[in-house]
Design a protein around this ligand. Structure first.
Ligand SMILES: Cc1cc2nc3c(=O)[nH]c(=O)nc-3n(C[C@H](O)[C@H](O)[C@H](O)COP(=O)(O)OP(=O)(O)OC[C@H]3O[C@@H](n4cnc5c(N)ncnc54)[C@H](O)[C@@H]3O)c2cc1C
Length: 455
């Protein structure tokens, strides 16, 4: 990363900017983890505000069209004959049920040795927003979190950038659900970046319209992960016609709209082939440009080579290129690669995860499946090693590189948000520091709310 930017933006406790509000719990970021955190916090009676730079909720799930809820079901060695078996409940299940009730999801679809649930992004936005409003949480859209207000290691609030200028928001507890650990970074606290700076590639997801779904499925099969024949066709298209198709294993899902496919097929690198770091605005800009070019290539390839897609067209692209990975905090505990590979359970586990390691880098994502098993994420992975009144939720929790390639998916992000909000509520009512709250107590409370962690 180039050194031309100043990362730390700290205002002291006497900050004199206009005070927009003082809340008990301030949720920074309205992606999956922020939505679950804000709803849980407000439902528990805390004055809660969520800040979001977009004009809608959903983060990478909606602005990045991630398009499916992953992480709900166990993996199986016989997925063609087994029925999906749900492993994760709590907030993820509440949201899933709401989405089902409103007709915004398809039935679970096969994905290798497990299942996922494609959803309608518009339905995601509305469902999340309705749940938040019903809980009493307030949402502030179109604000960017610019800096943090600190007294030593204590977080006192944030400074926001709006079209009207700067303002401060004071909070008793803060939840960093920015995906990028922006609050931790602004405060100058430690974080890690992938495997020594090596992070997973971004993907631009798009929707392909006017597909003959029956013809497509009779070629592709029911598994949303492409059969080997597709990789062979891509190699042929590269050799015969010079198509630029860097990713040979791709994920494609029929949606709940007629004749439509959700296309998770691109693997974005720089125009010169280098890996891109979305924290760098130059790299991030190049990712958007390179992504649009790659979408054209894959769409043309599908039209020319894949049965059922002859008359297809690109309906739309996600608003933002999808960023899988940036900063991970250094927590008082850390989810390790081996915890995931070995399915480690823990008394202080606050979220269960049956999702495989799904590491996107290069031609074929690396997959490691947990058959009929799951692991648990410890409470301490949400609590930064330094900083008071702050907790993290979502894809910025403390996890090693391969572990992050599993624990970052939506059902688990919902779980981290719910756990973070419960911990804030406990810290406030018990007048304790977040780092003093036992993970076991958060787990107990999650189970009281239906998380089913002791199944
Ligand atoms: C290409 C791609 C495909 C994926 N596919 C799947 C899939 O099929 N199924 C699945 O379950 N998961 C998938 N994921 C993963 C999943 O979408 C993410 O891990 C999840 O969205 C992370 O949630 P989060 O709340 O931690 O962060 P995010 O979703 O990144 O949300 C963070 C939110 O904070 C806001 N924000 C950030 N910084 C600021 C700031 N400074 N000021 C104000 N607001 C800010 C952002 O606008 C955003 O809304 C995919 C991810 C990508 C990138």
């Amino acid at each position: 990363m180039k050194k031309m930017y100043e990362g730390r933006i700290i205002y002291d406790k006497n900050c004199s900017l206009p005070v927009y509000d003082h809340v008990e719990v301030l949720v920074c970021g309205g992606g999956p983890s922020g939505v679950a955190a804000a709803e849980t916090s407000a439902r528990r009676g805390r004055k809660t505000l969520v800040l979001e730079r977009h004009g809608f909720l959903g983060g990478a799930a909606v602005a990045g069209y991630s398009g499916t809820i992953c992480g709900l079901f166990f993996c199986s060695n016989h997925p063609e004959s087994d029925m999906p078996r749900q492993a994760v409940f709590g907030w993820a299940d509440r949201f899933y049920r709401q989405m089902k009730k409103r007709g915004h999801v398809t039935l679970p679809q096969l994905y290798g040795k497990t299942w996922l649930v494609p959803f309608d992004p518009q339905g995601w936005k509305e469902t999340a927003e309705d749940m938040l409003i019903a809980s009493g949480a307030k949402i502030l859209y179109h604000v960017s979190i610019l800096g943090v207000i600190m007294d030593g290691d204590e977080f006192l609030g944030v400074v926001i950038d709006t079209k009207q200028g700067l303002a401060q928001i004071r909070a008793d507890m803060l939840i960093d659900a920015t995906g990028d650990a922006d609050l931790i970074y602004r405060a100058g606290l430690p974080y890690t970046l992938g495997d020594g700076g090596d992070i997973q590639n971004p993907t631009m997801i798009f929707r392909l319209g006017n597909v003959d779904i029956d013809a497509f499925l009779s070629f592709w099969g029911v598994d949303t992960i492409s059969p080997d024949a597709v990789g062979d066709l891509m190699l042929r298209a590269r050799a015969e016609k010079g198509y630029s198709l860097p990713r040979l294993k791709v994920w494609v899902y029929p949606t709940n709209r007629p004749h439509e496919l959700f296309m998770n097929v691109t693997a974005i690198t720089g125009l010169d082939g280098r890996s891109l770091n979305a924290l760098d605005p130059e790299d991030h800009s190049e990712a958007e440009r390179a992504a649009r070019q790659q979408v054209r290539e894959y769409a043309a390839f599908f039209k020319e080579y894949i049965p059922g897609c002859q008359n297809s067209f690109v309906e739309d692209l996600s608003a933002d290129v999808g960023v899988r990975q940036t900063r991970s905090i250094v927590g008082i505990d850390r989810l390790k690669d081996e915890d995931v590979a070995e399915g480690r359970k823990r008394t202080d586990g606050i979220a269960a995860c049956p999702w495989p390691i799904e590491l996107h880098n290069g031609e074929k994502p690396f997959m490691h499946w947990l058959i009929n098993d799951y692991y648990e994420v410890p409470y301490g992975a949400l609590v930064p090693v330094r900083g008071e009144h702050i907790i993290c939720a979502g894809r910025n929790i403390s996890a090693e590189h391969k572990a992050m390639a599993s624990c970052r998916v939506t059902a688990q992000c919902f779980g981290y948000g719910q756990a973070a909000a419960i911990a804030c509520d406990m810290a406030l009512s018990q007048n304790r520091r977040l780092r003093e709250i036992p993970g076991e107590s958060v787990r107990q409370e999650l189970n009281r709310e239906g998380a089913g962690l002791d199944i």
